[in-house]
Design a protein around this ligand. Structure first.
Ligand code: PLP
Length: 387
């Protein structure tokens, strides 16, 4: 049997052990410690923003982001159906309700449908967007940058401004992606909307085992993010708490990994880009009925995940492609089950979902780790070519 080629695994060839050992030796292992501050500082510098607040996971970050955006019980939040469920679950933690939107060909939120929904399905009264069918106020939009691509931020920010909505960028898959043109030229994903959230889970482009980061231009929001993530302590000596807080602060051990990983991020992106180009040129030019989905042309993507798209489903079935590759010890993955079809969300509103179904049936993610060798890529492509 040939060696196993996983879908997406960590790459620890930098200073990870050195910094981690240092953190253990100094006995700063918990929340607090020099690496947490350093990771936040260096992360903020990388995405070119003032401050960043490190937390336990992307999911925790999204939970805090929704609170900071003012989402409360009974509100509605617009979210994509094509994404990982962690982009949506925190809405329910707050007893608010998601309304599901379709994707466009970037796999990100379809802005035309988003606009149509706000225009046709809602009233805008007293500066509040009210969903006609439920009578509830829509408070925010969670926009997700799928697989390292970039959602159309100009459109979503215009819609949000017109209807007084907050925008949370779920940039958990798109750290390092930035815009090359237009109003947000040079801006990194996560830094455009009101609040941005990143993840350092094991399969993300850099990892701290588990971890997340929040950014915002608003220093008040950042201050509150740190406060809420550290048990909302108003007096550190006498332990006074005026609000319900969370134990969401990143630990120094996680941050030690984070600092080492961040040092290598641009290198990881360069490797991912190189492998992406090999997949793309050999599959798109050689195989009828299959292609690698492209990223938007007006961005620098981080090339996190590669999507094999089945143009001709009569010729290739998703299931068969995945099974054949698995027989050769190559791991692949279908898209996530659409969120509006998951049991906890069956009664939530879903607006004009079309493309998400089609992509769900036709996309297979291929191995994309930054430690993938040229030989590994060749093996995957040869196997696909033989189908
Ligand atoms: C990974 C991911 C998250 C959650 O991040 P965790 O750090 O695993 O909690 C949220 N949204 C999307 C789109 C993700 O891919």
């Amino acid at each position: 049997m040939d060696k196993f080629i996983p879908l997406s695994v960590p790459n620890f060839n930098g200073n990870e052990l050195k910094y981690l050992t240092d953190a253990v030796k100094t006995e700063w292992v918990s929340a607090g410690g020099a690496y947490v501050d350093r990771f936040e500082y260096e992360f903020a510098a990388y995405v070119n923003t003032e401050t960043a607040v490190a937390c336990q996971s992307g999911t925790a970050g999204l939970h805090l982001a929704l609170i900071l955006a003012g989402v409360e019980a009974g509100h509605e939040v617009i979210a994509p159906t094509l994404t990982f469920i962690a982009a949506v679950n925190p809405v329910r933690y707050l007893n608010a309700h998601p309304v599901f939107m379709d994707c466009d060909d970037s796999l990100c939120l379809d802005m035309a449908k988003l606009k149509k929904f706000c225009q046709d399905e809602c009233h805008f009264i007293d500066n509040q967007l009210i969903n006609k069918s439920t009578g509830r106020q829509i408070k925010a939009i969670v926009v997700v940058h799928i697989f390292g691509n970039m959602a159309h931020m100009e459109a979503v920010m215009d819609i949000a401004q017109a209807y007084n909505l907050k925008v949370i960028e779920d940039a958990t898959e798109a750290l390092g992606t930035y815009s090359l043109a237009g109003r947000y030229q040079g801006k990194y994903t996560g830094t455009i909307a009101d609040i941005g959230v990143y993840s350092f889970n094991g399969n993300k482009i850099i990892t701290t085992g588990g971890g997340g980061m929040l950014v915002s231009r608003d220093p008040g929001i950042m201050k509150r993010a740190k406060y809420l993530s550290t048990q909302a302590k108003d007096d550190a000596v006498y332990f006074r708490h005026n609000e319900i807080g969370y134990n969401y602060r990143m630990t120094n051990l996680q941050a030690a990994l984070g600092v080492a990983q961040l040092e290598q991020l641009e290198n990881f992106i360069a490797i991912k880009q190189q492998n992406y180009r090999i997949y793309q040129s050999r599959i798109n030019n050689g195989l009828n009925g299959l292609k690698i989905l492209t990223f938007r042309k007006d961005i620098r993507p981080n090339y996190w995940f590669y999507s094999l798209y089945i143009e001709n489903p009569d010729k290739y079935s998703r299931k068969k492609i995945m099974e054949s590759l698995a027989q050769d010890n190559i791991q692949t993955r279908p898209l996530w089950g659409l969120i509006h079809e998951q049991k906890p969300y069956l009664t939530n509103q879903a607006f004009m979902i079309e493309k998400a179904f089609s992509y769900y049936n036709r996309v297979v993610n291929l191995p994309c780790s930054s430690n993938l060798s040229a030989g590994d890529v060749d093996r995957v492509i040869k196997k696909i070519s033989s189908l």
